[in-house]
Design a protein around this ligand. Structure first.
Ligand SMILES: Nc1nc2c(c(=O)[nH]1)N[C@H]1C(S)=C(S)[C@@H](COP(=O)(O)O)O[C@H]1N2
Ligand SMILES: [Mo]
Length: 316
């Protein structure tokens, strides 16, 4: 009997389909928006988001990173989301336990307009856009992801932060029934993260609800997560239920658990090693070769000025 062994380099069909569907949809959206916007995507037969309308988002301008996109399958099956398990494969396996509908976010602290707001009122379809950003994990792997979401700064401004709002704190859902990892004391739950207000207002900072043109999979932090592309991945907190403006620097989960390894700033910095490994290089998921890690993950032009005068070896 003859057994046909496919060559190793052959792409599996599932991987090719995702990407080509994504590219087609992207072109379709670009053209439709150029013709005056206001389109629906029902024709493509894709599942609609329960409440959020993701159909009219603006696609990323032609971007050199388009050629480097990490496969959708890798982005959604190799995850860090300790509330859904500590193995990289766990979050996808346990994803269905997380219930994301309905979802609301509590806005608290130093602002004129605090309150609890439903996700579909927080994220307005006309603000949605796609941006291709690298995400660099502190564990020295990285990905290039077509994220879909809204810029964080203008969203925060809607709640009118006061002059005392020097920082913003973000909190993940705390519900061991939905997030079984919270039954174990791996971290001090709920997961919390924070940014200085000027970092939050920087135009690169984004609240994300989708990737590859679709609703965010649970394992990637549905229905709402932060993406701060010049910082190590752990700053990009998932499944957010609370945003609080504060006068003093908020606690962060990783800093609480190991302050010598994870600082508040956590800017990607090839010159500051993690105590247990080098940060000089990284491996893109799906590639064998290693790449040089870039200062601020390649976004130095847009963000280095935020830290002028600061010693980034001490403020790691
Ligand atoms: N709530 C929560 N957010 C989290 C994490 C987590 O364990 N819990 N892991 C972080 C880490 S370490 C990384 S690298 C990114 C991974 O995002 P991704 O799975 O979408 O690639 O999510 C971050 N956000
Ligand atoms: Mo990470």
């Amino acid at each position: 009997m003859l057994i046909k062994i496919p060559p190793r380099h052959a792409l599996r069909e599932s991987e090719v389909t995702d990407y080509s569907v994504y590219l087609q949809r992207r072109e379709f959206i670009k053209k439709s928006l150029a013709m005056g916007g206001g389109i629906g995507l029902a024709a493509t037969g894709l599942p609609a988001f329960a409440k959020l309308d993701l159909s009219g988002y603006r696609v990323a301008e032609d971007n050199p990173l388009m050629a480097e996109l990490t496969k959708e399958k890798s982005i959604t099956s190799y995850n860090n989301f300790y509330e859904l398990g500590t193995d990289k494969k766990d979050p996808k396996k346990n994803a269905a336990m997380l219930k994301t509908d309905p979802w609301s976010v509590s806005i608290e602290g130093e602002c004129e307009k605090p309150g609890v707001i439903a996700l579909e009122d927080l994220i307005r379809p006309q603000d949605l856009e796609e941006r291709i950003y690298r995400l660099r994990c502190v564990e020295a792997w990285s990905m290039v992801v077509p994220w879909m979401g809204v810029e964080l700064g203008p969203l925060l401004q809607r709640f009118q932060p006061t002059s005392k709002a020097k920082y913003v704190e973000f909190t993940t859902l705390h519900d061991p029934a939905s997030l079984p990892g919270q039954r174990f004391p791996v971290l001090d739950w709920p997961y919390v993260e924070g940014l200085r207000i000027d970092e939050a207002m920087n135009p690169l900072s984004m609240l994300v609800v989708g990737l590859y043109g679709k609703q965010l999979p649970n394992q990637n932090g549905a229905p709402l997560r932060l993406v701060v592309p010049w910082k190590y991945g752990f700053k990009s907190i998932k499944s957010i239920v609370k945003i609080r403006f504060t006068e003093t620097q908020p606690d962060t989960s990783w800093n609480l658990s190991a302050s010598k390894e994870y600082g508040f700033y956590s800017n990607v910095n090839p010159e500051v090693d993690h105590p247990r490994w080098s940060q000089a290089r990284e491996r893109r998921i799906g590639e064998l070769r290693k790449r040089k890690t870039l200062p601020f993950n390649g976004y130095a032009d847009q963000v280095a000025a935020l830290y002028s005068g600061m010693d980034l070896k001490r403020n790691f």
